[in-house]
Structure formats: structure tokens, C-alpha cells
Design a protein around this ligand. Structure first.
Ligand code: MN3
Length: 298
């Protein structure tokens, strides 16, 4: 089962310049083939389906996949917050006859405008819905871990390219952080494959041969040691991950660390109302009436 914490995994910059087309590009990191929905649901279903999961030799692999799966829940949350932030200020409030949504008529992704009220949705950068058959669950521990390694590398390429498409600080902060976390996950699956087979798959990294430190926002998180840290997203369970995430990081020879618990994270930003989208569809006296019904003193 899961617990939930009302914070994002990092603080994101306050939205300044609306950038609907950057929001569309960022959607690829959420609902594209190599997006966070795919890492989330792949690791989640692999973790649900372990055989012999109480076997001491199997437990560490399940602990690894389970911890990373839970982190990925926070990644879909983070990318969604980024998409939402990129729309803040993209329209001006006006009566319908003044066509207040006209500035978005030629935006790349009008699904956001017409269907979601300028918020994220599990779809890719062209608005195609995320597909359950992007995920991979084979029942073979070795093959699943190999797929996960490949998936993280594919996800990395998408993050690098989205980063290169936009200089919006919100999009770059998120892409930079996810590059670092994806780097941890690729390394972790590489080390898991080594534990399982003796083959040092992680020596192939980074793919492509560009260090994360070339991206300033990623370099910032590396200076904090986040590229060496695996979070244990559980009050008491999945500790066996320490048997895989140990040793030193090949990049700087500093120790790999299992952090007991989630990152400190940052505040979940509040989205403003967008009356021209009829969202959230309450205002003024409505809040007073609702608060009264709920017994809240204003
Ligand atoms: Mn991720």
C-alpha cells in the first residue's frame, strides 16, 4: 500500500513567462513512450508480480524496483506541476465574446485548452494518450531489469532533447532534476544486473556519452550529491535495496547512499483560478457557502 505526502520532490521556480508550447514538449516526459508514466507503471507492475519475493536472494531486487516505482509516482506529479506552471498567465480574463482563449488557438496542444483547463494529462507531446502497452513485465527478473536499464536510457535522451527545446526555467529545473534521478535509476538497474549476472552493465553509462553536468540545473543537483542518493520511500520496508545500491559512483568515486525516507522536497505550488476556462468554477460567495456547509470558520 502507499502513503502520500503533499509536497513536490523539489521546489520549482515561480512561473513567470507562460510557454504553452514548452508545456506541450514537457508532456513527452510525462506520457510519451519513454515518459514517467511508463517508468512508473513498468516498475509498479513488476513489483506487484515478483515470484519468490521472500527469498533472500530475490528480495533486494524487489526492494529496488519498489522504491524506484514509488519515486516515479512523484515524478509524474512533478512533470504535471511543470506543465501546469507553464500555462500560468497564458490567457487574460475577459467575457466569452472577447475570445479570451484566442492566444492559445494556435498553441501546439489545444487538448490542454479545450479539455483539461490548462493542466497536465497523461499524453505525449502531440497529445496522443499514454498507452499501457508501453510497459514491460515479462516474469523474467533478468529481462525485466535489462528493460528497465534500457527504459531509463531512452528516458534520458528525451529529457536532454526537451531541455534543448526550451530555456523556460520551470521546464529546465524539472528536466535537470529528472536527468539526475534517471541517472541514479539507470545506474541502479545496471548494478542490479551486475548483482544478478556478474556483468558490469553500468559501465555503458552515460548513453549518449554526455555527462549530466553539462546541463546546469542537473549539475546543481549533482553538487548536492543527489546523483549518488537512492531514496527509500517507505517508513520501514524495502531496506534490502542497500545490498544493491552500495559502493562508489564511477563519476566522482564518492559513496552511494541510501537515504531513509523521501527527499525533503518543496512546496506544491497553488494554481490560480482561470475564469475564462471556468476553472475551478467557484468564486467569491461560492467559497463562503461551501465553507459554511463544511463547518469551516472563515
Ligand atoms: Mn523518473
Amino acid at each position: 500500500m502507499y502513503l502520500r505526502i503533499d509536497r513536490l520532490q523539489i521546489s520549482i521556480p515561480a512561473p513567470k513567462d507562460p510557454d504553452p508550447n514548452a508545456a506541450a514538449a514537457l508532456q513527452e516526459l510525462l506520457g510519451g513512450k519513454f515518459g514517467e508514466m511508463t517508468t512508473l507503471m513498468t516498475y509498479t507492475y513488476q513489483s506487484f508480480n515478483y515470484r519468490l519475493h521472500k527469498n533472500p536472494a530475490v528480495k533486494p531486487f524487489r526492494a529496488l524496483v519498489s522504491n524506484i516505482a514509488t519515486e516515479e509516482l512523484g515524478h509524474i506529479e512533478l512533470v504535471s506541476a511543470g506543465v501546469n506552471a507553464l500555462y500560468v498567465g497564458s490567457t487574460k480574463t475577459a467575457p466569452p465574446e472577447q475570445t479570451p482563449l484566442k492566444p492559445l488557438k494556435d498553441a501546439r496542444n489545444t487538448y490542454h485548452v479545450i479539455n483539461t483547463g490548462l493542466t497536465a494529462f497523461p499524453m505525449d507531446s502531440h497529445g496522443a494518450p499514454w498507452r499501457g502497452d508501453y510497459i514491460f513485465v515479462s516474469g523474467s527478473l533478468e529481462l525485466d531489469l535489462l528493460f528497465n536499464f534500457f527504459l531509463e536510457v531512452g528516458a534520458r535522451l528525451a529529457k536532454m532533447r526537451v531541455y534543448e527545446m526550451t530555456d523556460n526555467p520551470v521546464a529546465r529545473e524539472i528536466a535537470g532534476y529528472l536527468l539526475v534521478r534517471g541517472g541514479v535509476h539507470a545506474m541502479a538497474y545496471g548494478k542490479a544486473l551486475e548483482a544478478l549476472t556478474g556483468v558490469e552493465v553500468w559501465r555503458m553509462l552515460p548513453i549518449p556519452k554526455v555527462e549530466n553536468s553539462k546541463f546546469p540545473e542537473a549539475a546543481k543537483y549533482e553538487k548536492m550529491g543527489i546523483h549518488r542518493t537512492l531514496y527509500r520511500f517507505s517508513p520501514a520496508d524495502y531496506k534490502e535495496v542497500e545490498l544493491i545500491w552500495r559502493g562508489t559512483h564511477p563519476q566522482d568515486n564518492q559513496p552511494l547512499v541510501v537515504h531513509d525516507g523521501p527527499p525533503e522536497g518543496g512546496e506544491y505550488p497553488e494554481l490560480p483560478e482561470v475564469p475564462e476556462e471556468f476553472a475551478p468554477g467557484l468564486s467569491g460567495d461560492d467559497f463562503v457557502r461551501v465553507a459554511k456547509r463544511l463547518g469551516i470558520q472563515l
